[in-house]
Ligand binder design. Structure first.
Ligand SMILES: [Zn+2]
Length: 294
């Protein structure tokens, strides 16, 4: 009789398990999604109108926050979200509410709308987090390090195995950032080129000659003094719009990059590894762990 009882118990357990009534300890249902975040994001109701306006402007706002005509604030959504401390979607009332809290703290009208005045405050703050910008404010250009002191990245760390040099400590910091991103962002496993280095140290004379020849110096700043001469600046592959160069500054490309999970992660986490970005170029990241002039 014992074996009959045993079979009955096993059948009962199997039935309950297939119906999801009883689960073993290893296949327990995952915890419910972060209800607090979604609830916060759907309200408060007073920010519904601001959220609608933000949604309209997201891809439509005509402006030139970096001195170049562009459309929409979508390319900046991840860095704005980080700045105002929200995980909510850019078109949600929760996002607008977080922005309004930030605006109030900045003594700006707390509208919850992404507007030029609020963006300008953020833009200035972002620029001032870049030691290179501080170092060049008086018009002087930092010195490049002696090339013999630079470290060579491993071939697979270069975008399509392109040779790349950086200051040794900057390369170490880059490797720590990539290791963390690999743990957190599944897209990196699917595309091994992601976060490879498109450009690191650039010899200032060669850089000036190259951009002059190509007619794309982007103004005298780059022709005479690029952040890449410091050995601290990197252009990282954060994806590219179909058919576009990974460092193309078209609206299409920058908007595409800003919508990737990798860029959202970078906006939120790169600073933990000492990297600050230049939000007009989602690919450009500067390491801040050493003085700009060696
Ligand atoms: Zn760059």
């Amino acid at each position: 009789m014992k074996w009959l009882l045993l079979i009955a118990v096993l059948v009962a357990v199997a039935l309950l398990a297939t119906r999801g009534i009883w689960r073993g300890p290893t296949d327990r249902a995952p915890p419910p999604p972060a209800a607090r975040i979604s609830a916060d994001c759907e309200g408060p109701a007073e920010f519904a109108e601001a959220a609608r306006a933000n949604a309209r402007d997201f891809a439509g706002l005509p402006w030139a926050p970096f001195g170049v005509e562009e459309r929409g604030w979508d390319a900046y959504a991840p860095v704005i979200a980080r700045e105002v401390g929200t995980d909510c979607a850019p078109d949600s009332p929760g996002f607008a509410a977080a922005l309004a809290r930030w605006q109030a703290g900045q003594k700006l009208p707390a509208t919850g709308r992404v507007d030029a005045a609020s963006f300008e405050k953020m833009r200035v703050a972002w620029m001032l987090r870049r030691p290179f910008v501080i170092a060049t404010r008086q018009g002087q250009c930092p010195q490049a390090p002696a090339e013999a002191t630079l470290a060579q990245a491993r071939p697979e760390e270069g975008y399509w195995r392109k040779p790349v040099q950086l200051r040794p400590a900057a390369l170490e910091a880059y490797r720590k950032l990539v290791a963390a991103a690999r743990r957190d962002v599944p897209d990196l496993a699917a595309d091994p080129e992601l976060l490879t280095i498109v450009s690191g140290y650039r010899n200032p004379q060669a850089d000036a000659a190259r951009c002059a020849a190509a007619g794309n110096c982007g103004g005298p700043a780059r022709a005479n003094c690029s952040a890449h001469l410091t050995g601290l600046a990197t252009d990282l592959y954060v994806g590219a719009a179909p058919g576009q160069d990974p460092t193309s500054s078209t609206d299409t490309n920058r908007s595409f990059q800003a919508q990737t999970r990798l860029y959202a992660w970078m906006a939120r986490n790169a600073e933990r590894f000492g990297f600050v970005g230049y939000p007009y170029e989602p690919w450009h990241w500067e390491w801040t762990g050493e003085p700009v002039t060696p």
